[in-house]
Design a protein around this ligand. Structure first.
Ligand code: PLP
Length: 390
């Protein structure tokens, strides 16, 4: 019996699925990221929740979900990426200024280079979580920070960023417009863009962001018990976290589990890219409740991994996300609206013979999901789960 009402969804089996030809994230780069992040005060692996009730409903053998709600007190896996990239920007700055060739994030937190790093301003666009990570990193590692948000980013999320001392600027349009505003202001003022998305000529910072994200997937594989997972469902915004998870799965498992990338149906730029066979921007106002996934343009680097590593792309409606938040809440797990698309994809696909077949889901499948955020906007979370907004 399905746990979700029969909501419409899209599914696109990737005709180019295979082994990616481009190495987007090196193993050495990941080892460095892991070594740094695991020494930060407050680091501990987030839990992997066993969800036997989902496995039963989906007609598979096992389902587990990583719960990122407790990550560094920031509420999402994004704490791993932006903040790590801020540290790398500052380490590079110190090295170019001839002040220290091999500084670590611990050197930065000690304040030893504070006089120099306070000259640096980092900036980015965000729909909430990435900006919170960059602002937190800037505070921790000692530099200035200006964050761009678009019209519909909730005030709760803006306040959470400002709490770390960042200046928050609101701009008209969508997330993609805010990305451009941050890049333009950075060019005009000599600031460093710490973006979670990449474009031609701008790739090294997003590589660091994605290397940080890999730690979430690495923890999950270490916590996973029993036979290897057969499927991994991960939500897609610009595709950065999906690509990071994909790379980590390929590094850890042979064969790699089937990767299913799930987006909101109103912001499915990765699915559109798969359909056209090239990175594709989608038009419209990207009006989805899943704010962290409201991205209309894929990250170039992420696409280079995902275009061949992804088995199936899916797009799901907001109603499915809200239903999944409620299901998880009933079972004691607090996962926010951008953190449940993977679960929604699994439950919707598992309910019909054709999508089960397209995904290769059977009674023996073992599925890994990522609850990529907790209640990052607590008021919105309560409203959605209690049904005040639907
Ligand atoms: C909670 C959550 N999950 C997933 C994503 C998607 O990450 P990406 O944009 O790297 O695809 C985001 C992005 O902001 C997010 O906040």
């Amino acid at each position: 019996m399905s746990m979700l009402p029969p909501l419409p969804f899209r599914l696109f089996a990737n005709p180019r699925a295979g082994t990616p030809g481009t190495v987007v994230l090196t193993e050495a780069g990941y080892r460095r990221a892991r070594a740094e992040i695991t020494t930060w005060p407050g680091y501990e692996p987030t839990p992997l929740l066993d969800l036997p009730w989902v496995a039963e409903a989906a007609g598979v053998a096992a389902v587990a979900m990583k719960d990122e709600g407790g990550r560094f007190g920031l509420g999402s896996f994004k704490a791993l990426g932006g903040a790590y990239a801020v540290a790398q920007v500052l380490i590079g700055y110190l090295s170019r200024r001839g002040l220290e060739n091999a500084a670590t994030s611990a050197d930065l937190t000690s304040g030893r280079y504070g006089e120099a790093t306070r000259q640096v301003t980092v900036t980015c666009a965000t729909d909430g979580n990435h900006g919170r990570s960059v602002a937190w990193g800037a505070k921790r590692f000692g530099c200035r920070c200006v964050i761009y948000v678009h019209e519909t980013v909730s005030q709760g999320r803006v306040d959470a960023i400002a709490r770390y001392g960042a200046q928050v600027r609101r701009v008209p349009g969508t997330y993609d417009d805010a990305v451009r505003a941050a890049a333009d202001e950075a060019a005009a003022n000599g600031w460093f863009v710490v973006s979670d998305t990449s474009w031609p000529g701008y790739t090294s910072v997003p590589v660091d962001v994605m290397q940080g994200y890999r730690l979430m997937a690495d923890e999950a594989t270490a916590q996973w018990a029993g036979a290897d997972p057969t499927h991994v469902f991960i939500q897609g915004g610009v595709g950065g976290v999906a690509a990071a998870v994909s790379v980590q799965m390929r590094a850890r498992y042979r064969p790699a589990p089937a990767l299913v990338v799930v987006e909101p149906d109103r912001a499915a730029c990765l699915l559109a890219s798969a359909e056209t066979g090239a990175p594709t921007a989608i038009p419209g106002d990207l009006d989805t409740l899943m704010a962290g996934l409201a991205c209309g343009e894929p990250s170039l680097l992420a696409w280079q991994e995902l275009e061949r590593a992804t088995a199936v792309f899916m797009a799901v409606p907001d109603e499915a996300a809200v239903a999944c938040m409620r299901l998880l809440a009933v079972h004691g797990a607090v996962i926010g609206e951008s953190g449940v698309a993977g679960l929604a994809g699994l439950l919707l696909a598992a309910a019909g013979p054709a999508p089960r077949e397209a995904l290769g889901l059977t009674a023996d499948s073992r599925v890994l999901l990522f609850g990529t955020e907790g209640a990052t906007d607590p008021v919105l979370y309560q409203n959605l789960v209690r049904g005040a907004v639907a």
